[in-house]
Design a protein. Structure first.
Lengths: 391, 241
């Protein structure tokens, strides 16, 4: 396994964690080629997580927009309601094989925390989740869900009190207690082997989607579209199409109030190379390398960096990245609800928003990765629209 | 042998003018002074030093201004910068280490730059003669000798798991064992830090290592007394040596 994607990636962690990271790298190297491990994981995917997920033809939206035949990869129908379960089942199974008894994780929107708490319950492991205090407030329902599953949730009050700070705090917790604990990183970020490992577990999305679209359409799609924060659903949706050079790969970043304002999280659009959270990649930061406080309506995309493989795909021109504002995402959230009867996660709504803008530019099929369902966002969207409802 | 005392403060807390004053006070009894160049996300720090980083940045500390401050300081103690890899990388490694040299900096400690990634800065450190000071942790195990061999300046041995910050108890069985392993491969002095805040703890550490590193305790004094911290720093410093 290479530690880098072009110039990006690497293993920039404190010495105190190095042996654990190297141990994880060796274990993953072993188990990824282990048939028994892969069989167990497939069994969990198919019998617990509700895979394969549907590739759904959005007929109403296709007729309404004109141009592309729009398909949704329905990761929102997975157990726990998002793509996060794919990665978590993979990492929890690996941790179990490594003899770990405790899982810790950061979470932004709460979907990764819920998925980790779920896997911990399933495997009989202890679980502690770190979540920015601001996020515990905008995603209160998910906090209760995690507690219901037996996890302890720690609100993080440091820094900007969002996803970045939750990652910091989980790293700090890991340095306190390493021997029996695995840090389940929730996105395709962090030190090697995490970006590769998370991508491999999420690649099931594009493995299925590629087969499904070939069966339905007899040809490859013209584009694959996914939202990008750290980028785990996007790299999962892109991965098996990377070699198919005619398939456009499009990542939709959270522009917040606009990529030209300070209230944004559009890393590829405004970021510069830096080294943080264990990896060299692009970061929203100032000229002294201080990480910027970012903003997005979506807690899951509210992250100042991006996975190193995306930074590489961008650098070599294989994928393109577009900024989508809060307003555009909320419009798409409502549009998909009314047009197809599907309430998407506000994260996924960023990808839907781009499809709405770009559909007319295509004459074949496109796949939009619907990474999660939107139940968790209903109250915050209502607040955004100026309505106060009880959760 | 004469045991060393290493002190640490976060630069720019509460201001860079005060940092200059505090360095001069610390120099009265410190062989080495670590100056923390603040970073927005100091992963290896506990809450005391993390909060100091936030105050320093809010009060306008920048990399260029820190170098100006260090250039204006004239003390006998060796000055070491402690910071994270991102501020160094983004400033530009060549420019950063050139500035270290011009400011009379002796060495640099980068907690999130492990041995495997030191190639990121090693050539620049060598070019400008700045020591790359390695950290060795209680979890380093079979890595200890490799890290010690390549270390220069001094070796920063982390006393216990977790982040920086005051601890009630410091256990020394494992650290004494690690010191012995380091001694097999190098004469580079070994300083022990993380959690040391009382004269008794400092004494225990001096029995097994070449010196003691005290950080969070000074930062806490600055947090409490702000711009009037100098006399409190002096009093605590005297109690620790």
């Amino acid at each position: 396994m290479s530690k880098r994607f072009g110039e990006f990636g690497g293993q920039y962690v404190p010495e105190i964690l190095m042996n654990s990271i190297l141990e994880l790298e060796q274990a993953y190297e072993h188990y990824k080629n282990d048939d028994e491990f892969q069989r167990e994981l497939s069994h969990l995917f198919n019998n617990y997580a509700n895979r394969p997920s549907l590739l759904y033809f959005a007929e109403n939206m296709t007729k309404d927009l004109g141009g592309a035949k729009i398909y949704f990869k329905r990761e929102d129908l997975n157990h726990t309601g998002s793509h996060k379960i794919n990665n978590v089942l993979g990492q929890a199974l690996l941790a179990k094989k490594m003899g770990k008894i405790r899982l810790i994780a950061e979470t932004g929107a709460g979907q990764h925390g819920v998925a980790t708490a779920t896997a911990a319950a399933l495997f009989g492991m202890e679980c502690e989740i770190f979540m920015g205090k601001e996020d515990t407030e905008r995603q209160a329902l998910n906090v209760y869900r995690m507690e219901l599953l037996g996890a302890k949730v720690h609100p993080v009050t440091a820094g900007t009190m969002t996803l970045k700070d939750a990652v910091n705090e989980t790293f700090r917790e890991w340095t306190q207690r390493i021997d029996d604990t695995h840090y389940v990183i929730g996105s395709a970020v962090g030190p090697h082997p995490f970006p590769t490992m998370v991508r491999d577990f999420q690649a099931v999305i594009s493995r299925e989607a590629r087969e499904q679209i070939l069966k339905l359409e007899g040809e490859l799609p013209q584009a694959v579209i996914a939202c990008v924060g750290g980028g785990s659903n996007a790299i999962g949706a892109f991965y098996n199409f990377i070699e198919d050079e005619n398939v456009e790969l499009i990542g939709c970043e959270a522009a917040g109030l606009g990529a030209d304002t300070p209230k944004t999280a559009a890393t590829i659009t405004i970021g510069t190379p830096g080294i943080f959270h264990g990896m060299k990649t692009l970061w929203c930061q100032n000229e002294d390398g201080q990480i910027a406080p970012v903003h997005s309506i979506s807690a899951g995309l509210d992250y100042p960096g991006i996975g190193p493989e995306h930074a590489h795909l961008h650098a070599i021109g294989r994928a393109k990245f577009v900024p989508i504002t809060d307003d555009e995402a909320v419009t798409a959230f409502e549009y998909l609800s009314r047009t197809e009867g599907i309430i998407p996660a506000v994260e996924s709504a960023h990808a839907v928003a781009y499809a709405m803008k770009a559909a007319k530019n295509y004459d074949g099929s496109i796949i939009v990765n619907l990474s999660g369902r939107g139940d968790k966002d209903v109250a915050s969207i209502a607040r955004y629209k100026g309505e106060d409802i009880n959760e | 042998m004469n045991k060393k005392f290493v002190s640490f403060i976060t630069a720019g807390d509460p201001s860079l003018e005060k940092t200059k004053e505090f360095i001069e006070v610390l120099a009265e009894h410190s062989d080495i002074i670590e100056v923390g160049l603040p970073f927005s996300d100091p992963l290896a720090e506990g809450e005391v030093i993390e909060a100091a980083n936030m105050r320093a940045l809010a009060n306008g500390a920048t990399t260029a201004k820190l170098f100006d401050t260090l250039k204006s300081v004239d003390v006998a103690s060796k000055l070491v910068i402690l910071t994270y890899i991102n501020p160094v990388f983004v400033y530009g490694c060549d420019k950063f280490f050139a500035q270290c040299k011009d400011s009379g900096v002796y060495g640099i400690i980068i907690p999130d730059l492990p041995h495997e990634e030191r190639g990121e800065v090693a050539e620049y450190a060598a070019k400008y003669g700045i020591h790359l000071i390695p950290l060795i942790a209680p979890t380093s195990a079979e890595r200890v000798k490799m890290l010690a061999k390549d270390g220069s300046g001094f070796i920063y041995l982390v006393s216990s798991l977790g982040t920086t910050g005051v601890r009630d108890e410091i256990t020394t069985d494992l650290t004494a064992d690690i010191v012995a392993q380091i001694r097999e491969v190098t004469d580079t002095p070994v300083m022990i830090g993380f959690g040391i805040s009382t004269p008794e703890q400092a004494e225990t550490i001096r029995e097994i290592a070449d010196g003691v590193i005290v950080g969070s305790a000074f930062v806490k004094i600055i947090e409490e007394h702000g711009k009037h911290a100098a006399k409190h720093i002096r009093k605590f410093l005297k109690s620790m040596i």
